[in-house]
Design a protein around this ligand. Structure first.
Ligand code: OAD
Length: 255
């Protein structure tokens, strides 16, 4: 568990930093009711990652790939930002957070009110026809019959998310690299840090002289190697406390 000193330490690091960037993963949305990928109850426990997460399956057997995607869509539609997302939105509004690089496809950072969000693995909010490129909001397609098909050409829709076997969207990759290189504090929240190139971002930040701090109830491969310290707690419990601490005493923390 974490202590009050942990909270004060991170609040101080944020207030003293010239540029803070957050890297988020599935863990930040767990308290919004969205299952993570790894660990107990994770999506990859139920569905084989190599198969269901790979672009080839969506191309060859879309009805199969869409079983998992439908489950994700339904979970995401019901989800609301939790106090962890909201705390990050507050930090941005207060001028303490430059950007969020997120691996999440759930759109909850947008709903929480953050403006500068880099969606490293795309999102599930939009679908695009794999045949003709027709693009529309996911909320406008029916998932009663899967796979969903394009009204124009009967091609299969693909969410605008990144699948295994696909490159990271160039714009997101460039921006994430740039933000990681130029920050002096990176807060890594709720990611197992095993999927590359996203897991490279803390290394890039560290290599450019930034402090790296993790918020996660469990240690990760970054812990003790790349991160300077870890706050062992959940996003929705730790982040609001950090924001409260900053609100209480930003001038005091800056000294
Ligand atoms: P994972 O499911 O791999 O890891 C979730 C992390 O969140 C773990 O380290 C947990 O300990 C932590 N965690 C769990 N509950 C938490 C909470 N309430 N607060 C904070 N942390 C919590 O998710 P990601 O690291 O995001 O990619 O996975 C990375 C990528 O793997 C995903 O973007 C996805 C997946 O395959 C693609 O599909 C391309």
């Amino acid at each position: 568990m974490f202590t009050d000193e942990d909270i004060t330490k991170l609040a101080r690091d944020i207030v003293r930093s010239k540029k803070t960037v957050a890297l988020t993963g599935a863990g930040i949305s767990v308290e919004s009711g969205i299952a993570p990928f790894r660990g107990k109850g994770g999506l990859w426990e139920k569905y084989d990652q190599e198969e269901y997460g790979h672009i080839d399956t969506l191309r060859r057997a879309p009805e199969k790939a869409w079983i998992m995607l439908k489950e994700m869509q339904n979970e995401i539609l019901k989800a609301k930002p939790n106090p962890g997302h909201i705390a990050l939105a507050e930090l941005e509004k207060m001028g303490y957070l430059s950007s969020i690089i997120t691996q999440n496809v759930d759109g909850l950072h947008h709903l929480a009110g953050n403006k500068n969000i880099i969606e490293f693995h795309g999102n599930l909010q939009w679908v695009v026809c794999m045949n003709c490129g027709n693009r529309k909001p996911s909320s406008e397609i029916s998932l009663e019959k899967i796979p969903p098909r394009c009204e124009k050409c009967n091609g299969v829709y693909k969410p605008e998310a990144v699948f295994f076997g696909e490159p990271i969207p160039l714009d997101a990759l460039n921006k994430a690299n740039q933000e990681s290189r130029s920050c002096d504090l990176m807060i890594v929240i709720g990611t197992s840090a095993v999927v590359y190139p996203a897991a490279n971002m803390p290394e890039i930040a560290k290599g450019s002289g930034a402090k790296v701090v993790e918020i996660n109830p469990s240690k990760t491969p970054l812990t003790g190697f790349i991160s300077d310290y870890i706050i062992l707690g959940t996003a929705a419990t730790v982040l609001p406390k950090v924001v409260d601490k900053i609100k209480e005493d930003a001038p005091g923390l800056s000294i």
